[in-house]
Design a binder for this molecule. Structure first.
Ligand code: DC
Length: 230
């Protein structure tokens, strides 16, 4: 059955608008949604709670394989439950992202999360957001998008986002953190952050969300991928 369920993949570094675009796409198409980054974030969180070092590949992979995680939607917002506790806010912090990037570099952890990610492929379709959705997890996806943007533009967006939430941040430190994380994600031996050869690359440095959505709608139409109801 999974062979015929269509998948749209949205890959790229954080701060490119990838998550917003992927969620919008899933809602527009009426398809399921996979935020694969959350799985790495929850794995790192679970390791910390369990007193396991983030670099202990075998033990972190063991935790990843049996991750007691459930995705729900409350008031239209995706929430993540770990052992029935809402960890959405806890795993979404900058530290949570950095910890996720460390466990994501471990091949056994990536392997452990593979089947769980593929299980999201359910009718009528799936929009999958991540770094290796089009290259490793769903190489047969119907449509692959890869979003890029300069590190400066991404740091600036993150800065405004955090400031908007009343969180005090330093732009230079954010930029440094983004560069460090890009380097780790791009240079890891397994499933490095890179576009699939057949991915459509969209540079969002100078594009707002509405412009990105308009372009993606056109690309979907060209490829015959239908929205909900038609
Ligand atoms: O998308 P995000 O910021 O929630 O991802 C957190 C980290 O997880 C990111 O630094 C890289 C890693 N990741 C990955 O290696 N592969 C994925 N498919 C998704 C995320």
């Amino acid at each position: 059955m999974s062979g015929i369920v269509p998948v749209v993949t949205v890959d790229g570094p954080s701060g490119t608008g990838k998550g917003t675009l992927a969620l919008w796409l899933a809602r527009m198409l009426g398809w399921h949604f996979l935020d694969s980054g959350v799985l790495y974030r929850v794995t790192a969180h679970y390791a910390a709670l369990s007193g396991v070092a983030l670099t202990d590949e075998a033990r972190v992979a063991e935790l990843a394989l049996a991750l007691p995680v459930v995705f729900v939607e409350t008031d239209g917002e995706p929430r993540v439950l770990l052992d029935d506790r809402d960890v959405t806010a806890a795993v979404r912090t900058e530290a949570g992202g950095a910890a996720a990037s460390v466990v994501a570099a471990l091949p056994a952890v990536r392997e452990a999360l593979l089947a769980r990610q593929r299980a999201f492929r359910q009718p009528p379709g799936l929009v999958a957001d991540g770094r290796d959705m089009g290259t490793v997890v769903f190489p047969d996806a119907a449509f692959k998008l890869f979003l890029t943007a300069s590190a400066e533009a991404r740091a600036d967006r993150r800065y405004k986002q955090l400031k908007g939430k009343g969180i005090d941040v330093n732009l230079a430190a954010l930029l440094e953190d983004i560069r460090r994380r890009d380097q780790r994600d791009e240079q890891r031996a397994v499933a490095p952050l890179q576009p699939a050869p057949d991915a459509e690359i969209l540079d969002t440095t100078h594009l707002g969300i509405p412009e990105v959505e308009t372009r993606v709608k056109r690309l979907l139409r060209e490829r015959g991928i239908a929205r909900r109801g038609g």
